[in-house]
Write a protein that binds this ligand. Structure first.
Ligand code: UGA
Length: 439
């Protein structure tokens, strides 16, 4: 099939290359010339395991191309909308300007019978509005909502092997045609028996925001337990293990620590609250405000813990921060809890050196006032405390004995409950973590 993908960020670029991998002829469109130049040259514009290889493989097959000109999307049978929906400045609501721009540019090329498929995370009601607009301006065109659930760091795997497909389709006779087209797009995925939910637009849109809200709630739940563990002397990691054995609860997404960040969970729960307010149903989601509050408190608590460990004052203390990305295997620093803590420490008088395997360049651009080092050893040279704030494998596997040679004081704060506490304490480190007793 001929497919266009509008918007080539994390979602769109990975989707475009993955669709080519499935055998389709794909053109990715983006207004950002640098991004398109990188993609055309087979260079991934962001860090994402397996994406570089997939991109090069798809380009070499001749089935994948990129362009800044939406005219190159003409003639495609399916047009995916994969643009970002960031949080509006100074408001909770999602900024839909890129979705609107994508829809308007598609109006220049789309023909009756072609299918527009929204993948961006949007406030419920957006798809119905877009369907009305396309129906009016290009009678006979079709629209579906097909949310994406990929995680950064696993984007390729999640796109090619999703745990479910959700098709939001209109009422009426077009529904069957749309389902058939989407089944053809995803044929190899459908063939493996991937669960599929065919539903209306509003449900499809809500599946995405509800899923992200549930995940955020799960993380904040265990972090609220961590606060209680700190008050009672209990251990949040063992608590999570023990409740996680109940498969109604499950152990996944129960890792207590610095909490969630990134370009999705924080803005999605806020956008969901804003939309509920507009619909007169804000009470239904007031709990998400508390989810957000618990999450933000973890960052403040981490700074307090660092102060405690540094004998009550951060002034002039050398602190090494291991990790800048919002999660491992990503160079994404949007709303990164690690950088938030690093900046707070710096503002309170500490001398902070940050290291990260992939996100230093992005961090330096956004936080030029922090110092950066290429390796944990360089960052920790003569440090008074080491904070592990993103659980990269490289940091989880640090040898606490050798690493102890570098620092001035062997004090480690495990912001992600990711280190082997016994090994670090046995090597003479003072070990502190959120939700756990001092080790
Ligand atoms: C999230 C969802 O997991 C995806 O399903 C969704 O498609 C995506 O948002 C999106 O809306 O596009 P992502 O933002 O890549 O994916 O990252 P997650 O793996 O969900 O992690 C989010 C944050 O939660 C990270 O900062 C991570 O460190 C934190 N986290 C995660 C915890 O603090 N504890 C946990 O147990 C798990």
């Amino acid at each position: 099939m001929r497919i266009s993908v509008i918007g080539c960020g994390y979602l769109g670029a990975v989707h475009a290359a993955s669709m080519a991998e499935l055998g389709h002829e794909v053109v990715g469109i983006d207004v950002d010339e640098r991004k398109i130049a990188d993609l055309c040259a087979g260079r991934a514009p962001f860090y994402e395991p397996d994406f570089g290889e997939l991109l090069q493989h798809s380009l070499a097959s001749g089935r994948l191309s990129f362009s800044t000109d939406v005219a190159d999307a003409a003639g495609a049978q399916v047009h995916f909308v994969c643009v970002g929906t960031p949080q509006k400045h100074g408001e909770y609501a999602a900024d839909l300007r890129f979705v609107q721009a994508a829809a308007e540019s598609l109006l220049q090329v789309i023909e009756p019978g072609e299918l527009v498929v929204g993948k961006s995370t949007v406030p419920v009601g957006t798809a119905a509005e877009l369907a009305r607009m396309f129906g009016e301006k290009v009678p006979g065109s079709l629209l579906a909502w097909n949310p994406e659930f990929l995680r950064e760091g696993f984007a390729v795997r999640d796109t090619l092997h999703p745990d479910r497909l959700v098709y939001g389709v209109p009422d009426g006779p077009d529904a069957e045609t749309i389902v058939a087209v989407l089944d053809e797009v995803y044929a190899p995925i459908v063939a493996t028996g991937t669960p599929k939910v065919v539903t209306d637009y509003a449900t499809a849109e809500m599946v995405k925001t509800a899923a992200n809200s549930f995940l955020a709630t799960k993380i904040s739940f265990i972090n609220a337990m961590a606060e209680l563990c700190e008050a009672t002397g209990a251990d949040v990691k063992q608590l999570a293990d023990a409740i996680g054995f109940d498969d109604r609860i499950g152990r996944k997404f129960l890792n207590a620590g610095l909490g969630f960040g990134g370009g999705c969970l924080p803005k999605d729960i806020r956008g969901f609250m804003a939309r509920a307010g507009e619909l007169g149903a804000d009470q239904a989601l007031t709990f998400l405000r508390e989810v957000d509050n618990i999450n933000m408190r973890r960052r403040i608590r981490m700074v307090e813990l660092a102060r405690e460990v540094c004998d009550g004052s951060l002034l002039g203390k050398h602190i090494a921060v291991l990790g800048a990305a919002f999660k491992p295997d990503s160079d994404d620093i949007r709303d990164s809890p690690a950088l938030n803590v690093a900046a707070q420490l710096q503002l309170q008088g500490a001398v902070v050196t940050v290291t990260d395997p992939a996100a230093i360049e992005n961090s330096r651009r956004q936080w030029p006032q922090l110092d950066y080092a290429a390796t944990p050893e360089e960052a920790a040279e003569r440090a008074d405390a080491v904070l592990v704030l993103t659980e990269w494998r490289q940091y989880r596997e640090l040898d606490p004995v050798a690493f102890g040679e570098v620092v001035a004081r062997k004090r480690v704060l495990d912001g992600r409950n990711a280190l082997d506490r016994e090994a670090w304490t046995a090597a003479g480190w003072t070990y502190r973590a959120l939700g756990r007793r001092a080790g």
